[in-house]
Design a protein. Sequence first.
Length: 141
Amino acid sequence: MSDRRDDEETYRQIIAGLLEDGEQFAKSRIKLYRAIVLYRVAQARKAALLIVTAILITAAALVALLMALVFSLSQSVGPLWAGVIVSGVGLITAGLLAYWGVKTFPDLDEKLFEDDEFDIAPVSSPRNDIHSHEAGEGPRL
């Protein structure tokens, strides 16, 4: 009878060891991802600072250009209409650029780490199920 009790304790030890190993694996995996993200942020910090500085200088230059346009147009159509014309053209341009940016914005659902072999296969979306149902295929599971 003592053999059965020893076997149960051995199984408990094995399961406890497996759970501990799984927890350790998950913690190590999280540490790895955190290190990768921090490394990439550190690499991109200088470039991001340079890009933000360039954007600010560009904005200041565009303000100066728009003011010059207002001053030059104010001689022919008056200061109020010059401001309205330059502001209208600027707002239309900004709206078109914003629309273009939204239309070309990338899909952020892609995996961060494409080569990760431990991730689960992607789940089909309802949109794909509708198209496959229309094509005569059965629903995908």
